[in-house]
Each structure stands twice: as structure tokens, then as C-alpha cells.
Write a protein that binds this ligand. Structure first.
Ligand SMILES: [Zn+2]
Ligand SMILES: [Zn+2]
Ligand SMILES: [Zn+2]
Ligand SMILES: [Zn+2]
Ligand SMILES: [Zn+2]
Length: 220
């Protein structure tokens, strides 16, 4: 009986020792199994984000700084619209919270001119025509809508331009002025034949007049 009592006492002692030490040993030796963490404070450009992790085994918690966040309050400084004489600028972006320049601006190319007071200059035989306008902003003058010079025309073939009267020298042979029609017959074959006819009638008329004159002289 006494032996049994002693045995139970020893057994109880052993069990209590196990109960006391085993969990403590387990707790100390395990590798924490941290979860993915939850953000407990959002980060900004000037204050880091705080994430809290918890061990799945012992439920111990730890916190870590997990990086800066976005610049929340930004403004654009130094923006300038382009005109026809000056280039523009998109402006630099600054953060109001941390004061840092976040983005540099870029140049904007010249704006288009603002044409007004359009004057139309008609083309002539030798000069091109165009519209001339003045920029309302910088007063620069521009020529646009150019029309080619018209070139001389001579529909009636009198060797003078119908529009401006300039004497026109034709290509081809012949330079004598016709005594009948007062111009040079050298435009084309038909015109030369006409010239030959004019010469022929002139010579014939002269001969006829001389002939008539001769007899008139005789009659006196
Ligand atoms: Zn743990
Ligand atoms: Zn900032
Ligand atoms: Zn302009
Ligand atoms: Zn002309
Ligand atoms: Zn003629």
C-alpha cells in the first residue's frame, strides 16, 4: 500500500513537471509563423506605413515600418502658356507636405499665329497672287494661298499680251512687221500662210496702183 502511494506521488510529480515545462519548451523552440500582416497606419510621403504581423502559433505580434506612401497634396508651379512668340512650360509639380519636386515640367512649343486683316493680292501675268495676313499678336505678316502667275496670253495673236500689253516675241522665223496688219507673222504655219497672203495682196495692190497711176498719168 505504501509502495502504491509512493508510486502515485512520483507519477504526479512527473506529470506536473511535464505540464510545467513542456509548453514552455515548445513555446521557446518554435519558429514564428508570421501572417501576411495588416496595415495599421497608412503611409504618406512623410510618414512610413506601419504593418502589424501576428504569429499563427503563439499569437505574438510585432510591428514594422513598411515604406513611404504617395504624395497626397501636390501643386503645379511655374506653368506658362505658349504664344506665337514665346514657348510655354507645363510647370513643375511639388508636394505641399514634404516640399519635394516630384516632376519636372517640359517646354511647350510656340502656339500658332492669329492671322487677321486678310488682304488678297490678285495674280498678274508675271507675279504670283496671294493672301496677306497680319498676326493679331505679334504683327508678323504672312503670305498664304499662293496662286501661280497667270502667264501672258495672246488669243488674238497680235504679238501683245491681251491682259498687260507686253510685246511678245514668238519663236520661229520671220521678224518683219506685216505692212497689211501691222504685226509679225511667225506664230505657226497657218499664221505664216496668212502673212504670205498679206504680202501677196500688198505687192499686188502696189502693182495695181502703179499700173492705174501710170495710165492716169498718161491721160493728163
Ligand atoms: Zn510564435
Ligand atoms: Zn510629399
Ligand atoms: Zn503671331
Ligand atoms: Zn501679260
Ligand atoms: Zn498681216
Amino acid at each position: 500500500m505504501r509502495f502504491l502511494k509512493q508510486s502515485i506521488a512520483v507519477l504526479l510529480a512527473l506529470v506536473s513537471v511535464l505540464l510545467l515545462f513542456v509548453p514552455a519548451v515548445l513555446a521557446e523552440e518554435h519558429v514564428h509563423e508570421w501572417n501576411e500582416g495588416t496595415v495599421v497606419r497608412e503611409g504618406t510621403c512623410s510618414q512610413q506605413e506601419v504593418t502589424e504581423y501576428e504569429c499563427a502559433v503563439c499569437h505574438q505580434k510585432r510591428r514594422e515600418l513598411t515604406g513611404y506612401g504617395e504624395h497626397l497634396h501636390t501643386r503645379v508651379v511655374g506653368e506658362r502658356a505658349a504664344t506665337c512668340t514665346t514657348k510655354g512650360y507645363t510647370g513643375d509639380t511639388y508636394c505641399d507636405d514634404c516640399g519635394k519636386q516630384i516632376a519636372a515640367g517640359r517646354e511647350i512649343d510656340f502656339a500658332a499665329h492669329t492671322p487677321t486683316e486678310v488682304t488678297t493680292v490678285a495674280p498678274t501675268c508675271t507675279e504670283a497672287g496671294y493672301d496677306e495676313s497680319v498676326c493679331a499678336v505679334c504683327n508678323m505678316r504672312f503670305k498664304s494661298n499662293k496662286v501661280e502667275a497667270l502667264g501672258h496670253t495672246d488669243a488674238d495673236k497680235d504679238a501683245k499680251c491681251d491682259r498687260c500689253g507686253t510685246s511678245l516675241a514668238y519663236a520661229g522665223s520671220g521678224s518683219d512687221v506685216c505692212k497689211v496688219c501691222g504685226r509679225v507673222h511667225n506664230l505657226d504655219l497657218a499664221d505664216r500662210l496668212l502673212g504670205a497672203w498679206h504680202t501677196l495682196t500688198y505687192v499686188f495692190n502696189n502693182a495695181w496702183n502703179s499700173f492705174v497711176g501710170f495710165f492716169q498719168g498718161l491721160g493728163k
